[in-house]
Design a protein around this ligand. Structure first.
Ligand code: TRP
Length: 451
């Protein structure tokens, strides 16, 4: 008999795909991907990233969703109930525990960056009403980072928005938010790509992104690409497991998974093709853009375009929405866990989890100004939290999910969740979660940390 989730269910296959794609497509695609490509040698990074998506991301995506759908609870309780059902060790619920911790850490800086997009949207709105607009991209961005009060204001606004949607629950909150906004963002990116084509620097951007210079590939580039594959597909912290819990039984996980991965990768590549032509058009150095890349580069295009303030406003607002549909998927696992484990209502649980995240976000936020001297492994506070959570904890979480789905869960159980795959494809999937994905992840991590 199929279990039902106490948190509600997605109303349809499309609803799940939209929500999962809404989770996947976010700052990771438009803020993080271009800046990592810029910092890690362009084409070399992009190539390794695409390989990580196909060889590691996709099989683990199937694994997370199918485990979630089978258990129908928050990740930790899903793993505990599977332990009861199949007799394996309860220790596997550490995947859910670690995942919750990664989700909290990632959302803490994610919300600060989403706050930047809100601030930029606000600046362009002000410009429409006669304000000064953004003339000097780097100066405006530097000024924002140096201003803890403004950062705090927008970080808080964004966390309130996130808590608000999660408090409303699966169908009323999460689902409705994604339906309109994702297509609008897509359209906006295409417009920017067209702008890039017309400035004449599109060719340079294509060359930068798609001509790999193999001499640039080292353990740092590979680890960054692996971390980004997990980050962008929302994998490794059992978030897709949490969303899978609300997925109706008749939906094909492989089909949905492939659509999600294609959309996600497509948006990242589009973002790259939108941003790098501008980098070249304005004679900027494509290498080492850092986390400020889109916030310094895009305003240059907007101030050059006719009606740029309106574009700027639309772009940063849509980016904020993309961040929003991702951030709710980061707050969902801790919230669902609190609902199951404590007498708290969904509303109070989401507030409690959200306030915790907000408070941890202060570390990143103050690291840009008051604590800008603090360096951890050469990184500022935000960079250090981003690195540990995204590039270390997510791959480790993914490794555990992969081993769990491949070795602990019975083939009968996983086969039943993937009936649409042919026998050959099912076997390929099973060996990729048993051997290929875990070995690749271990290899990358050991290159970086054991050497
Ligand atoms: N994938 C999102 C983005 O690209 C961020 C995100 C949402 C995430 N949920 C996640 C990352 C779960 C890792 C795990 O912006």
């Amino acid at each position: 008999m199929d279990k039902q989730s106490v948190h509600g269910m997605w109303s349809s296959r499309t609803a799940f795909i939209l929500a999962a794609a809404g989770s996947a497509v976010g700052l990771g695609n438009i803020w993080r991907f271009p800046y990592l490509a810029s910092d890690n040698g362009g084409g070399a990074f992009v190539l390794v990233y695409l390989a990580c998506i196909a060889l590691i991301g996709l099989p683990i995506l199937f694994a997370e969703v199918l485990i979630g759908r089978h258990g129908r609870q928050s990740p930790i309780n899903t793993l505990l109930s599977l332990a009861r059902e199949t007799g394996h060790s309860r220790a596997w619920s550490v995947i859910g525990m670690m995942g919750m911790l990664s989700a909290i850490l990632i959302l803490s800086f994610y919300s600060v960056v989403a706050g930047w997009t809100l601030h930029y949207g606000w600046l362009y709105l002000a410009q429409l009403f006669g304000g000064a607009g953004i003339e000097d991209g780097p100066a405006t961005f530097g000024g924002l980072l140096g201003d803890p009060k403004t950062l705090l204001f927008w970080h808080s606004v964004f966390m309130v928005l996130t808590i608000g949607v999660v408090a409303l629950g699966v169908e009323k909150g999460l689902e409705r938010a994604v339906k309109l906004l994702m297509p609008a963002l897509f359209l906006m990116l295409i417009l920017l790509v067209i702008y890039g084509v017309r400035t004449g620097h599109f060719g340079a951007a294509v060359e930068f992104l798609f001509t790999p210079d193999f001499s640039k590939i080292d353990e740092n580039v590979v680890l960054a690409a692996l971390g980004q594959a997990f980050f962008s597909l929302s994998l490794g912290l059992a978030g897709m497991m949490a969303y899978g819990a609300y997925l109706p039984r008749d939906v094909s996980i492989p089909q949905a998974g492939v659509s999600i991965a294609l959309m996600d990768t497509g948006v990242a590549l589009l973002a790259g093709l939108a941003i790098f032509p501008i980098v070249f058009a304005f004679n900027l150095d494509p290498a080492g853009g850092g986390p400020g890349l889109i916030f310094t580069v895009l305003p240059m295009a907007f101030s050059d375009m006719w009606g740029g303030a309106l574009y700027g406003l639309a772009f940063f607002l849509l980016l904020m929405f993309a961040a929003w549909t991702s951030s709710i998927s980061l707050l969902e696992p801790p919230t669902a866990y609190l609902v199951e484990r404590t007498p708290l209502t969904r509303r109070s649980a989401s507030i409690l989890a959200g306030v915790l995240v907000w408070a941890i976000g202060l570390l990143s936020l103050l690291g840009f100004n008051v604590w800008s001297e603090v360096r951890i492994g050469g990184r500022d506070l935000q960079g250090a939290i981003e690195f540990v959570a995204s590039d270390v904890m997510l791959p480790l979480g993914g490794l555990l999910v992969s081993l769990y789905a491949g070795w602990v869960l019975d083939a009968k159980l996983t086969r039943k969740e993937l009936p649409q795959l042919s026998d050959g494809l099912y076997t390929a999937w099973r060996w990729s979660v048993r051997v290929v994905a875990p070995l690749l992840v271990l290899f990358v991590l050991s290159q970086k940390f054991a050497g």
